[in-house]
Design a protein around this ligand. Structure first.
Ligand code: SAT
Ligand code: MN
Length: 584
C-alpha cells in the first residue's frame, strides 16, 4: 500500500531517509492485519496473552519501568515567538527543535520496521473531524491507535480527499529518559516524539494532536479543542441533555462518562459520547455542538470495580490491551481495588510482594474500543455531534470548593475555568497530590499561551446568545479525618440533575459572590446516607477562604502579564469587590 497524495508520499520518504528502517509498512486497519500484529507481538513478548477464557482477546503489555506516564517536563511547543506558547508551556525555537529531533531520529529505525498509520480523529464523515498520519517503529502504538482512532484505509481515503493531515513522527528510541522529548510544531502541523512508548507520549492522535495541535488550529478557525468528557443524560420522560466536563487526568472523567444511575434515580439513563476529549463548534444557530475525536478509551485501571464503574469493569473483560497491571495466578489482570482475586505477579513481572508497593502501577491503563461500551451513545458517530447544554469544570480539591456552583454568565465562567486547581495525579511523572493551577484542565495540553486561549474563550460571547451555561463541581471534598464528604460515582447524577434543572430554568439558585449555589432542597438526597453537617459543608462556601483563593487566582493570572485579556482582569476585579463587600 502507498498513497496517491504526493505530500504524504514525500514525507514518508523523507522520514525513511532519516530513520533508515529495514522496511516500511502501511497499516490498513483491517481485522486480519490486527490479528497478525497481535500474534507477532505475542511471539516477541511485547504482548502477553491474559486468561483467554475469562478475558477473551485481552493482552498485557509491560512498559519500560522508566516509561509509565506523560512527561510534561520533556514536552515542548516550538514557535517562532516564545510569547506564543506562554508561561504554561515549555518553548523551543523550531530550528533548535528540528536540529535536536533530527539528531535523535537519525538512523534510529535501523533493524526495525517503520509503520505508517493513517488515522482520523472524529467520525469519518464529520465536517469537524481532522486527520493525521503517525509514523512509528512501535507495533504497540499500531494496535493501540487502531482502538483509539479510526485508523487505516478509510482514514487514508479521507486524507487523500482533504489533501492535508497532521504529521506525527514517533520512535521508542532507546527508552532512555535522558533522550526522551515530545515536540510540537503547530505552524507546520507536526509532532515529533522520541524515547517513550507510553500512552499520551506515543499515541500521537490523543494529547499531541487532538489537544495541543488541535487547540492551536481551533483558535485560528473559531472552535475549541478541550480536555472534556461528553455524556448524555436521559430523563425518565425521555428528554436527553448533553454535558461536557473538563477534569484533569485521573480525576474520574471515564467514570462520569459511563455513570450508572443508582437505584434511587429510577428511569434515568446515561450515554457515553467520549471520556477524554471534546471538539466544540458553534453551528449556524449559535448552538454549541460536540464531537469526540477518539474511538476508544485509554482509561486508568486501578479503582475500577463493579461499584465505581461497572460499565468499564464489564467493558475490559474482552478485546482490551492492559498496560502495567498485575496478574493473578490464573493469569487474569489484577489491580488495586478490583475487589476480586489476588495478585500473583506485579506490574514489573515480579512475584507480588506488598513490600514493593502497589501490584498494578497507579497509572496502569486499559485500551478498549468505545463500541464495546454497554452505554455507548447512538449519537457518538453523528457527523454533526451533539448539542451541549452545559460545560462543567472541576478538579480534585480536599477543601474549599463546594460540591457544585454555577457561573453568573459566560465571562464569569471563563474566570471559573481559568481558576481551576487540582491535586496532581500519577498520570504525569512528578509529585502526586500537590495542588496546582490547571485552567480548564488544559495545563498539560493547551498548545499556546493561556492568555490567548482565555481571549479565545471570551470571544464566544460575541458569537452566540445561547451558549451553554458553565458550572464548577468538586466530588473530592474531605472532612478533617480525610473521609470523602460526597459518595461520588453514580451519585454524581444528583448534581448533574441540578445542572440540567438550571439549564431548563426549573430551579432558582442562591446568588453569592462566588457564583450561584444550589438551594439545599434542590439537590435530591433521597436514600443517600449523608448527614446535615456534611451536606451543609458541601453546599456552602467560606467567603474568607474563598477570598484568599481568588487572590491566589489573581496572582496566577498576573503571571501572564500584559497579554492577559482585560475582560478577564475586569471579571476578577468584580469578584474580588463582591467578596470584599460580603466581608463587610
Ligand atoms: O497518557 S495519557 O496522556 O494518554 C493519559 C492522560 O494523562 O490522561
Ligand atoms: Mn486525559
Amino acid at each position: 500500500m502507498t498513497t496517491k497524495l504526493q505530500s504524504l508520499r514525500e514525507w514518508v520518504e523523507q522520514v525513511a531517509d532519516l530513520t533508515r528502517p529495514d522496511q516500511i509498512y502501511w497499516c490498513d486497519g483491517s481485522e486480519a492485519e490486527n490479528q497478525r500484529f497481535t500474534a507477532a507481538m505475542c511471539d516477541s513478548g511485547d504482548l502477553l496473552p491474559l486468561n483467554q477464557e475469562t478475558y477473551p482477546n485481552c493482552y498485557l503489555h509491560r512498559s519500560d519501568p522508566s516509561d509509565v506516564a506523560r512527561v510534561e517536563h520533556l514536552t515542548f511547543i516550538c514557535t517562532d515567538d516564545e510569547e506564543d506558547v506562554g508561561p504554561n508551556n515549555l518553548w523551543m525555537s523550531p530550528a533548535d527543535g528540528h536540529a535536536k529531533m533530527d539528531a535523535l531520529f537519525d538512523g534510529c529505525m535501523q533493524g526495525r520496521t517503520m509503520y505508517v498509520i493513517p488515522y482520523c480523529m472524529g467520525p469519518l464523515d464529520s465536517p469537524y473531524a481532522r486527520c493525521g498520519v503517525e509514523i512509528t517503529d512501535s507495533p504497540y502504538v499500531v494496535v493501540n491507535m487502531r482502538i483509539m482512532t479510526r485508523m487505516g484505509a478509510s482514514a487514508l481515503a479521507r486524507i487523500e480527499q482533504d489533501g492535508n493531515f497532521v504529521k506525527g513522527l514517533h520512535s521508542t528510541g532507546e527508552l532512555d529518559p535522558e533522550r526522551r522529548f515530545i515536540l510540537h510544531f503547530p505552524a507546520e502541523l507536526e509532532i515529533q516524539s522520541y524515547g517513550s512508548g507510553y500512552g499520551g507520549n506515543a499515541l500521537l492522535g490523543k494529547k499531541c494532536h487532538a489537544l495541543r495541535i488541535a487547540s492551536w488550529q481551533a483558535r485560528q478557525e473559531g472552535w475549541l479543542a478541550e480536555h472534556m468528557l461528553i455524556v448524555g443524560l436521559e430523563s425518565p420522560e425521555g428528554e436527553t441533555h448533553y454535558v461536557a466536563c473538563a477534569f484533569p487526568s485521573a480525576c474520574g472523567k471515564t467514570n462520569l462518562a459511563m455513570l450508572i444511575p443508582p437505584e434511587s434515580q429510577q428511569g434515568w439513563k446515561v450515554w457515553t459520547l467520549g471520556d477524554d476529549i471534546a471538539w466544540l463548534h458553534l453551528d449556524e444557530n449559535g448552538q454549541m455542538r460536540a464531537i469526540n475525536p477518539e474511538a476508544g478509551y485509554f482509561g486508568v485501571v486501578p479503582g475500577t470495580n463493579a461499584k465505581t464503574n461497572k460499565n468499564a469493569f464489564d467493558l475490559i473483560t474482552r478485546d482490551t490491551i492492559f498496560t502495567n497491571v498485575a496478574t493473578t495466578a490464573d493469569n487474569e489482570p489484577w489491580w488495586e481495588d478490583k475487589k476480586e482475586g489476588t495478585p500473583a505477579t506485579d506490574w514489573l513481572g515480579r512475584p507480588f510482594d506488598a513490600g514493593n508497593g502497589p501490584a498494578a502501577h497507579p497509572n496502569s491503563r486499559f485500551t478498549a474500543s468505545a463500541v464495546n461500551n454497554p452505554c455507548y451513545s447512538s449519537l457518538a458517530e453523528a457527523p454533526d455531534g451533539v448539542p451541549i447544554s452545559a460545560l462543567v469544570f472541576g478538579g480534585r480539591r480536599k477543601e474549599l470548593a463546594p460540591l457544585v456552583y454555577e457561573a453568573k454568565n459566560w465571562r464569569h465562567g471563563v474566570l471559573v475555568g481559568a481558576g481551576v486547581a487540582s491535586e496532581t495525579t500519577a498520570a504525569a511523572t512528578g509529585a502526586v497530590g500537590v495542588v496546582r493551577r490547571d485552567p480548564m484542565a488544559m495545563k498539560p495540553f493547551c498548545g499556546y499561551n493561556f492568555a490567548d486561549y482565555w481571549n479565545h474563550w471570551l470571544s464566544f460571547a460575541e458569537r452566540s446568545e445561547n451558549l451553554p451555561r458553565i458550572f464548577h463541581v468538586n466530588w473530592f471534598r474531605q472532612d478533617s479525618e480525610g473521609n470523602f464528604l460526597w459518595p461520588g460515582f453514580g451519585e454524581n447524577l444528583r448534581v448533574l440533575r441540578w445542572i440540567i434543572d438550571r439549564c431548563e430554568h426549573r430551579v432558582d439558585a442562591i446568588e453569592t459572590p462566588i457564583g450561584l449555589l444550589p438551594k439545599k432542597d434542590n439537590i435530591d438526597i433521597v436514600d443517600l446516607e449523608i448527614d446535615e453537617a456534611a451536606l451543609h459543608a458541601l453546599l456552602s462556601v467560606n467567603l474568607e477562604q474563598w477570598k484568599a483563593e481568588m487572590e491566589s487566582v489573581g496572582e496566577y493570572l498576573s503571571s501572564f502579564g500584559a497579554r492577559l485579556p482585560v475582560e478577564l482582569q475586569l471579571e476578577h476585579d468584580e469578584v474580588m469587590q463582591a467578596l470584599r463587600e460580603a466581608a463587610g
